[in-house]
Design a protein around this ligand. Structure first.
Ligand SMILES: C[S@@+](CC[C@H](N)C(=O)[O-])C[C@H]1O[C@@H](n2cnc3c(N)ncnc32)[C@H](O)[C@@H]1O
Length: 280
């Protein structure tokens, strides 16, 4: 039996060497309702997780960040079912380790990761999709940061809306709601619009007003201001139309990139071409 002694001693030494955190983590079992920093842990049901990720049309090109990751289930689903890269930010350190273990067990450690952190001081600006299940007041606190993200970033929230930033879609499942938004480009202000093509080369002044993704505006037509119609903004994609001083409807669609927009136009009279606009 003497031969056992070194093995036992080695095991004992290994146990001592195990980081205290890993040992603690092994015993850790989260319970629904446990404290987080700003909100308790309640997991989103699987069906709602699936709908949230479908609403955002997550693909393998996406980088999904779940704010307040809990046991990691949203980040895990985004990576495992949708092939995305995913990050979960969880304040509770025990929970963050537990969630990271869940990631490893799911065999997607190459694509998903859970980190311990406070969502209010974390940089998640590189996300293409942000998911959350927090509280109305926390959504509102995050709103300025979300609105400052790259235009086109998709945001999905379980249960809680974003006050007067109306959702682009609301879905319901078993009495639970999921809200979806696309971060709009900032387009409010005066723009110089230049048209080229169809035998025209014109310069016009366009003014846009914006409330989140809702836009309206006008175009200077000589001494008159013609109203824009069918004005739409979805992320960085913009569209609008107006009727010119000869009664011809011109329809524009294009992309916004900072202080510049460009795209194509066509008119009722058959003319079409390219347009660009620069912010004044
Ligand atoms: C309602 S649970 C949602 C968990 C997960 N997102 C889901 O939908 O299943 C909210 C989680 O946010 C965490 N949390 C609370 N305040 C936080 C903060 N300031 N930063 C990061 N996580 C936080 C809580 O510990 C909890 O796990």
């Amino acid at each position: 039996m003497y031969w056992l002694r070194p093995a036992v001693a080695a095991l004992a030494a290994l146990a001592i060497a195990l980081p205290a955190a890993a040992q603690k983590d092994k015993d850790y079992e989260p319970h629904v309702g446990q404290a987080g920093k700003d909100v308790i842990w309640v997991p989103t049901p699987d069906g709602v997780v699936e709908r949230m990720l479908r609403m955002a049309q997550v693909t393998p090109n996406d980088y999904v960040v779940d704010l307040g990751a809990g046991d990691g289930k949203i980040a895990i689903a985004a990576a495992k079912k949708f092939g995305a890269r995913a990050l979960g930010i969880e304040y509770n350190a025990d929970m963050a380790r537990h969630a990271q273990r869940n990631v490893e067990r799911a065999g997607i450690a190459g694509r998903a990761r859970i980190v311990q952190g406070d969502i209010f001081i974390s940089d998640f600006s590189q996300a293409t999709v942000v998911t959350m299940y927090l509280l109305p007041a926390l959504n509102l606190k995050l709103r300025p940061q979300l609105l400052a993200m790259r235009p086109g970033t998709r945001v999905v929230s379980h249960s809680f809306s974003m006050d007067d930033w109306e959702a682009d879609e609301t879905s319901s499942l078993d009495g639970r709601r999921a809200y979806f938004w696309v971060v709009p480009a900032a387009v409010a202000g005066a723009w110089t619009l230049e048209l080229a093509g169809g035998g025209t080369a014109e310069k016009l002044e366009v003014t846009l007003e914006q409330r989140y993704q809702k836009i309206e505006g006008s175009v200077a037509l000589g001494t008159m201001l013609g109203g824009l119609r069918e004005a739409r903004l979805r992320g960085y994609l913009i569209a609008f139309a107006y009727v010119d001083d000869k009664g011809v409807r011109r329809e524009f669609s294009g992309r916004v990139s900072g202080a510049r927009m460009e795209g194509s136009f066509r008119a009722d009279n058959g003319t079409e071409g390219r347009w660009s606009a620069t912010k004044k």
